[in-house]
Each structure stands twice: as C-alpha cells, then as structure tokens.
Design a protein around this ligand. Structure first.
Ligand SMILES: [Fe+2]
Length: 197
C-alpha cells in the first residue's frame, strides 16, 4: 500500500507554548511529507509494495537503507503526532502506571531514564518506551530506526532530530524533552498501545 501523509490530530497551534505552529508546519508538512514522497518512490519496485507499513519497516531493515529510512520515519511520525495532545502529560491510566512501576521502578525513574535516553542519543534519532517479551524498557535508536527492528513494540517515542525542537528550543534538547514528557504526552494513546502489545 502506498504511504499516505495523515492529518495532524489537532490544530497546528494546539500544542503551544510547548511546540509551536511553526515547528508543526515544518515537521508535518515538510519533513513527514518528504518521508512519504520519497518512501513511495523507493517502495515502487522494491517487492514489498503489498506489505503493511510495519512489515516494510522490518523487512527493509539492513537490506534497503533508502526505503528503510523513509518507511521507518513514516511509521515513527504517524505515531509521534498521536503521542502528543493539547494539555498532555500528567497522570497516566492505572494499568500503564502499574506496569511502569513493576518493570522500571517508578514513574519518576522512568521519566529520568526516558529523558536521559533522549538527551544521550548522539545526533538524530528517537527515545522510546517499548515492550519486549512482555516487559517494558527504555530504548534509544539512531535516525529512522525504531523498536520494531529490535523485536520490540513501541509504546511511546520522542523525536530528537533537531527539526523537532530547534525552532522552539534551539539547542536545548533536554528542555524540549521535559516539555514533551510533562506537557504533551497523550498517555491514553500509550496505554491503548500497551493493551494491544
Ligand atoms: Fe521528525
């Protein structure tokens, strides 16, 4: 199936002051759109045209770098828009919180580990909460890579490419990560993914 750019699930100015309309216009309309356009060009003739996006990501990994980079980023961004909402952050659904406490110690420890993963990812990439073999863990990946190619299911990811924060935070990636975690995360969507994992 050809890749399609989804609409943002909120208005461009809905995430202010933590993420500006200008950032979302560039990030969604230019960057995500380019992954879709380039991904479709590379998907044609790849032999993976009939696969799902998840299958394309997993099957192109390590074999077709161009397609993988664009398909991976398409997958990551589809979810990234849904991992945020206006007035996000704060309390998370009980089942998810219980699992985080059981596997990662406490919500505060998870927050610290997640922010450290994002700040510590050298160059472009993502930090993740993922589930592997029934257990939650924090991961980080370079460029367009994601937990799918490491046998894990992503539950939450934060984009640490400069295009995600440079307009609003300049080089202050840790400030962006704190604002994302504390004010933007849509925990209901994270919990929904957890219940399906
Ligand atoms: Fe991005």
């Amino acid at each position: 199936m050809p890749f399609e750019l989804p609409d943002l699930p909120y208005a461009y100015d809905a995430l202010g002051p933590y993420m500006s309309a200008e950032t979302l216009e560039f990030h969604h309309d230019k960057h995500h759109a380019a992954y879709v356009t380039n991904g479709n060009k590379l998907l044609a003739g790849s032999g993976l045209e009939d696969k799902s996006l998840e299958e394309i990501v997993k099957e192109s990994y390590g074999k077709n770098a161009g397609l993988f980079n664009n398909a991976g980023q398409h997958f990551n961004h589809i979810h990234f828009w849904k991992w945020m909402k206006p007035n996000g952050g704060g309390a998370m659904p009980g089942e998810l919180e219980k699992a985080i406490v059981a596997d990662l110690g406490s919500v505060e420890k998870f927050r610290e580990e997640f922010l450290a993963a994002g700040a510590g990812q050298f160059g472009s990439g993502w930090a993740w909460l993922a589930v592997k073999d029934g257990k939650l863990s924090v991961m980080k990946t370079p460029n367009g890579e994601n937990p799918l190619v490491h046998g894990a299911t992503p539950l939450l990811g934060v984009d640490v490419w400069e295009h995600s924060y440079y307009i609003d935070y300049r080089n202050a990636r840790p400030k962006y990560l704190e604002a994302f975690f504390d004010n933007l995360v849509n925990w209901d969507y994270v919990a929904e993914l957890y219940s399906k994992a």
